[in-house]
Design a protein around this ligand. Structure first.
Ligand SMILES: [Zn+2]
Length: 256
């Protein structure tokens, strides 16, 4: 089982990473992708990939952290990608967040950073890990201007039609804790209609706690429960579901 989106350099994991990784391994998690949010945490994320076999990194500039990005951040990202270790398997986390960007200027900065990272992903032939909140249509428009791009829209929530549009634009969809909430009807129905060949499992830990675990930090071990709910929605046994979704992640991120 692969958790394709976990912020494992964040608290509480950074207090006892070996313990949390062990707990994840005990429920069958074999690999995990840790995206980064800012130039300031690239080193910490890469250090995790050196310390733990099975942990891989994405290097990127998250749209919610625009205040920590500078005019030289994209150039620094390119330098980091040029000298990347094999454990760096993606650009990201990049994207748009119109919930956070409430001014035209912030939206413009998010767009510039996103386009820079899409360009780098294509230039270095890496998949891109994308975040989108209240910005699906805008993100889709930008992605379509980068034919040949591949990547994942993480923590997908939306309609089946939106999901299909992202798949047609070259993306996979990350499925996380949202589907464990019965009130998330639109997303649950969308996932039922979207092809398993384009779905990835993720937790977004420590964020996005599952139904029944609100108020607690989410953990990568919970990806097993996300898989259980996805099995119900897709009417699929767990072995097949894990084989398919792990295969998708292996192909997208070129994991061995
Ligand atoms: Zn994230």
């Amino acid at each position: 089982m692969i958790d394709t989106h976990c912020h494992f350099d964040f608290p509480p994991f950074n207090q006892a990473p070996a313990q949390y990784w062990q707990a994840a391994r005990e429920v069958g998690v074999t690999r995990m992708i840790v995206p980064s949010v800012s130039e300031q945490n690239w080193q910490a994320v890469l250090a995790l990939t050196e310390r733990f076999a099975g942990i891989y990194a994405g290097l990127g500039l998250h749209p919610c952290f625009v205040d920590t990005h500078t005019d030289s951040s994209l150039a620094a990202l390119e330098d980091a990608l040029v000298s990347r270790p094999l454990s760096c398997v993606a650009v990201g986390e990049a994207g748009l967040d119109y919930f956070v960007a409430n001014t035209a200027e912030m939206k413009q900065r998010q767009h510039a950073l996103l386009e820079g990272q899409l360009w780098l992903a294509r230039r270095y032939d890496l998949p891109i890990i994308l975040h989108s909140r209240q910005s699906h249509n805008q993100l889709l428009r930008v992605i379509k201007a980068y034919p040949g791009i591949r990547g994942v829209l993480h923590a997908f929530s939306g309609s089946a039609q939106q999901g299909k549009q992202f798949i047609d634009a070259g993306l996979m969809l990350g499925v996380g804790g949202t589907i464990t909430y019965s009130r998330a009807n639109k997303t649950r129905q969308a996932i039922q209609h979207l092809p398993l060949s384009h779905l990835l499992l993720e937790t977004d830990a420590p964020d996005m706690p599952l139904a029944g675990f609100q108020g607690k930090a989410n953990t990568p071990a919970q990806v097993s429960r996300v898989a259980d709910v996805l099995c119900e929605l897709k009417d699929c046994d767990k072995d097949r579901l894990l084989t398919e979704t792990s295969g998708n992640a292996e192909r997208l991120f070129s994991l061995k």
